[in-house]
Design a protein around this ligand. Structure first.
Ligand code: GAR
Length: 218
């Protein structure tokens, strides 16, 4: 079966891109990355793409007079590469309605919180400030409202006593690298349907048990 063609959009270090690159190395994985796209000429993640011999393009937002023109250029690159699923992987520029509508149901994002909690920036600082005992990450379809849209996969991790934003971010990031390739696989296998703005995953069970934090012997 033909592999699903991915465009991965990054702004920074690209560790989620790397997780997708690793997954795609397996010939049995049903997707391949055909383009890594960024608006940041110096994004360190570009080196990861080059090392994996994946085509890269820079669409620098400074070169465009307004957001629609910038986004038209992004779409042109994605279409030229033949990608049919767009994966935001730490892409830190807000995307406008036209782009989101153009790629509706074919545009996904990873966010470092258990959405709908902690949308936006500084998620780990805010989670610690709120005193939550469980944190996590979410892969979801993108809608016009930021960090909102049908949820495909989530992973939960415990908050540890003494955590700071960096230690919590690192624990969540390990799970980001698990759930992003998983979400892409489920979509590529045709298992993911959006029904009334909620995701239904065909043939998927759910784990038993619960994550209880703090851990206590009763
Ligand atoms: C990741 O933690 C991702 O969840 C987050 O940026 C980081 C990018 O890291 N994305 C957002 O906050 C989007 N709202 P990476 O460049 O190493 O993949």
């Amino acid at each position: 079966m033909a592999r699903l063609k991915l465009a991965v959009l990054i702004s920074g270090r690209g560790s989620n891109l790397q997780a997708l690159i690793e997954a795609c190395r397996n010939p049995a994985y049903p997707a391949e990355i055909v383009l890594v796209l960024t608006s940041e000429p110096d994004a360190p993640g570009l080196e990861r793409a080059k090392a994996a011999k994946i085509p890269t393009r820079v669409v620098d937002h400074h070169d465009f007079s307004d957001r629609p023109a910038f986004e038209t250029a992004l779409t042109a690159e994605i279409e030229a590469a033949g990608a049919t699923l767009v994966c935001l992987a730490g892409f830190m520029r807000l995307l406008g309605g036209e782009f989101v509508r153009r790629w509706r149901d074919r545009l996904i994002n990873i966010h470092p919180s258990l959405l709908p909690a902690f949308k936006g920036l500084h998620t780990h600082e805010r989670a610690l400030e709120a005193g939550v005992r469980v944190a996590g990450c979410t892969v979801h379809f993108v809608r016009e409202e930021t960090d909102h849209g049908p949820i495909i996969v989530q992973a939960a991790v415990p908050v540890h006593p003494g955590d700071d934003a960096a230690t919590l971010a690192a624990r969540v990031l390990v799970q980001e690298h698990v759930i992003y390739p998983l979400a892409v696989r489920l979509i590529a296998e045709g298992r993911v349907k959006i029904v009334a703005e909620r995701v239904v995953v065909a043939g998927a069970g759910a784990p038993t048990g619960a994550l209880v934090n703090p851990a206590f012997e009763l």
